[in-house]
Design a protein around this ligand. Structure first.
Ligand SMILES: [Mn+2]
Length: 358
């Protein structure tokens, strides 16, 4: 067993004999092998990674702290372990199981006089472990961030009148992968002109035109870890209103960053950015939360939102990304990913945030 597995076991409630994990992110977290199919069963004594023939060789080479079990029938194989190890209560990773998989497992366990815990308690335990990152995890997020910024720097010279959002998006993806990313972190957002008022607009055939804002909300995936960053640039001459909105967002984002420190409530970081935007006359134009955790998933705990009264802890990795969106006109968002520290935070993004006219 490895350290992560032992930590999980130490947090299992009394009476639980093991945890059945199905998501590739959590398999990666607990045994370094993110297979899409099969299960990772972590008991109090040992861990089993159940994989089929397609993955056995790779799993044996890359997995950590577990016994690789090659199965022909997943259910028979799982049943055999439950029976042999005398397991009575197994907690399921509820957020990852579909009903069509969970029901047969409950039936299987019942055959051996065992039961499944489907309360979601295991998900809470795992969240508690994953919410604070180790140095090794932060290094991977930082590497993903370096790739993202390098790719964006290499792509900016391609921003010219007539180039499309899709072309810029492809250029970014190509460069990220060439720089060592295993994938993009999410469907990259590269939007121009009036479409920048849509926080999650999809790149299309819009061509860059003078007077446009261009928003890049982008990230790379590196060894399973995500990065997340947004920069908004101007192309050609923009209006006074555009400049003012940009400055309001930039200041709000800095106020959000300034509020980050271990012990501070997430809702207070949200409020620091939000209040400034609202007081500047843009109430109703910032309809998403200020940030979110980043790690093996692009959006994970903690939510940096008005509703979350939980406090930040050192080692959490979160985004600070306020925006102002004016439908039919334009939008601006600026986002950094930061590591929470006792004194404040370490900003993983280094690209400037002053208004840049391309
Ligand atoms: Mn984000």
């Amino acid at each position: 067993m490895n350290n992560e597995q032992r930590m999980l076991v130490s947090l299992l409630p009394e009476g639980a004999d093991g945890a059945l994990i199905i998501s590739s992110e959590n398999k990666r977290y607990f045994c370094s092998f993110p297979s899409e199919d099969g299960f990772l069963l972590i008991t109090r004594e040992r861990a089993y990674l159940l994989v089929d023939f397609r993955y056995t060789e790779d799993a044996a080479a890359k997995s950590d702290g577990c016994e690789v079990v090659a199965f022909e029938s997943l259910m028979e194989s799982l049943g055999g372990i439950i029976d042999r190890d005398g397991l009575h209560k197994i907690m399921l990773e509820c957020s990852a199981f579909t009903i069509s998989v969970a029901r047969p497992i409950e039936k299987l366990l019942a055959l051996y006089g065992a039961e499944a815990d489907t309360t979601g308690e295991l998900d809470k335990v795992i969240e508690k472990l994953r919410i604070v990152k180790t140095t090794a995890e932060v290094e991977k997020i930082m590497k993903a961030q370096r790739i993202t910024e390098q790719a964006l720097s290499e792509t900016l010279p391609y921003v010219k009148e007539g180039v499309t959002e899709r072309e810029l998006e492809l250029e970014l993806e190509y460069r990220m992968k060439k720089l060592g990313a295993e994938d993009v972190s999410f469907d990259l957002i590269v939007i121009t002109g009036a479409k920048t008022s849509m926080p999650h607009g999809v790149p299309g055939d819009n061509k860059v035109r003078p007077g446009d804002f261009i928003t890049f909300d982008i990230g790379a995936l590196y060894e399973g870890y995500h990065s997340d960053m947004t920069r908004t640039y101007a192309y050609g001459q923009i209006t006074e209103k555009q400049k003012r909105v940009y400055e309001v967002v930039k200041t709000a984002q800095q106020l959000g960053l300034d509020a980050v420190r271990s012990g501070v409530r997430c809702c207070d970081v949200d409020a620091a950015a939000r209040t400034y935007i609202y007081h500047a006359g843009f109430e109703g134009c910032f309809g998403h939360s200020t940030g979110h955790g980043v790690g093996l998933e692009i959006h994970e705990a903690p939510a940096v939102s008005a509703k979350n009264e939980g406090t930040l802890q050192s080692g959490m990795v979160i985004t600070v990304e306020p925006g102002i969106y004016l439908p039919g006109e334009f939008g601006v968002r600026i986002e950094d990913t930061v590591v929470v520290t006792p004194e404040g935070c370490v900003d993983l993004a280094v690209l400037p945030k002053e208004l840049i006219v391309l």
